[in-house]
Design a binder for this molecule. Structure first.
Ligand code: COA
Length: 159
């Protein structure tokens, strides 16, 4: 099997088991935030050869907009193209459900994520200044940069 094109199976789930929750925490250190959006979201697991490799959480933001609330790949399997497949799945789900656009928020310090999302056609359209400094108790650093602002990227689905 080509490791760059792994055979991923997606499944919509209702109950969140511990291994899935651990993945959610990779993308979002706030259990309070996770609990809040899980109540209103659809959760999909991604499995390869029966092994849990990733998770995707999608929320109806409005009739026209689907928001990706959480996307994460198991740490030791990152960099193999699974994240790209999760994002492609989210875009396909949004198209199937007739949304006009899909959005995702990430930190100013999340360089790899900003790269991946823009590579798949998402464009920066909003910055929520000081989101992370105002809402998280501890400072967050990635790539030697402090996570201060939330960058919202949106993909129009008619293009
Ligand atoms: N730095 C630089 N580039 C990165 C990167 C990083 N941290 N993460 C991904 N990329 C690039 C890859 O090089 C690849 O580029 P290419 O297509 O030009 O080869 C592309 O993005 C896709 O990478 P992929 O292997 O599909 O990504 P992944 O399986 O590692 O998943 C995440 C990406 C972000 C989902 C994964 O790293 C993750 O779970 N991170 C922790 C949780 C998280 O931050 N979630 C997002 C919150 S907004």
């Amino acid at each position: 099997m080509n490791p760059l094109a792994p055979d991923i199976l997606f499944e919509k789930i209702d109950a969140i088991e511990a291994a899935v929750y651990d993945l959610l925490l990779l993308a979002d250190p706030s259990r309070d935030c996770i609990e809040e959006y899980l109540r209103q979201s659809e959760v999909y697991t991604a499995k390869r050869g029966g092994e849990l490799v990733g998770v995707l959480v999608c929320l109806q933001h409005s009739a026209a907009l689907m928001e990706i609330k959480n996307i994460a790949v198991k740490e030791d399997l990152q960099g193999q193209g699974i994240g790209k497949q999760l994002l492609t799945k989210a875009i396909a789900l949004a198209k199937d459900k007739q949304y006009e656009r899909v959005c995702i928020g990430t930190a100013n310090s999340s360089i790899g994520q900003l790269y991946l999302y823009q590579k798949l056609g998402f464009e920066v359209n909003e910055i929520i200044h000081n989101f992370f400094t105002d809402n998280y108790p501890e400072p967050i650093f990635e790539n030697g940069i402090q996570a201060k602002h939330m960058i919202i990227l949106t993909k129009e689905l008619d293009t």
